[in-house]
Design a protein around this ligand. Sequence first.
Ligand code: UDP
Ligand code: MG
Length: 325
Amino acid sequence: MKTITILVPAYNEEEVLEQMYHVLVDVCNQLTNYHFEFLFVNDGSKDRTLEIVKQLKEKDERVQYVDLSRNFGKEVAMSAGFDYASGDAMIIMDADLQHPPEAIEEMLYWWEQGYDDVYAIRRKREGESKLKKWTSKTYYKLLQKVSKEEIIPDAGDFRLLDKKCIEALSQLREHSRYTKGMYNWIGFKKKEITFDADPRAGGETKWKFGSLVTLAINGVTSYSTLPLKVWSLVGMIISLLGFIYLFIEIMRTIFFGNTVAGYPSLIAGVLFLGGIQLISLGVIGEYLGRVFVETKDRPLYFVQETSEEKRQKKEAATSNEKEKE
Ligand code: UDP
Ligand code: MG
């Protein structure tokens, strides 16, 4: 019998976790052809999330958990899930029931048909503000323009991944993670299905505005160097304009004599150029900062305690790599 790992990253989800588990189990118990493993990654929750998971584990031995040493963010929490999953396939789901477990059956169907990555696209997004919908839509449009990789808008982390994909993903150890881009980068056979996103079943969204901005910038800087290139072009155009202006000024002085005027245009030019320089420095800084973080080569996360052993195979693979070095 094939094992399916259901990966649930959870950060302060005490209000919904138990309800989520029950809805999930109801669905999974109907799919009698599979063995399920429910892997909860507790991402440094400050509430009773871990306690609830442990209670669930006492009653249901299919429940497993990885407790991270602090809050590392959803992207890293998922990567911990990739390392600890033992199933033949994995389905990633949010803890807040925004991802309907009813879609699991369809995902498994396509997996059996030979697809490796069955991702669910949101048909409608309920319970989200107009602003969030709009920023998300514009962002994906923009990202697609600057990136060579195809990034599918509205395809979130709700998806089924074959073992092959999980092994590939767990080899990508970068710190500035944008998992949505990674799914496409690793390739493999993809299949799209749709679902309706429900409002959160309880509690508040765990994304702070700041971390959404960071994720958005990661999305651009991980998949495109266009922001770096654009500034050399802007710089060249401005220099050219400056040169033309200088030429005009010289001609004017020669033919009409020296005037004291010109202070406004001078200060405008200085300020404008200063601004451009600061922006381009900032862009370089964004990339440099990421290079700095990656070169430290720190582990992605630390584990406080776990009910699961890290996959043996992967440990072996990494020690082989070390030997080669
Ligand atoms: N999450 C996490 N660590 C974080 C933030 C979020 O593991 O630092 C989890 C959270 O518990 C949930 C999922 O990621 O299961 C999605 O979070 P949320 O529903 O708050 O995001 P939204 O749906 O609002 O984008
Ligand atoms: Mg949510």
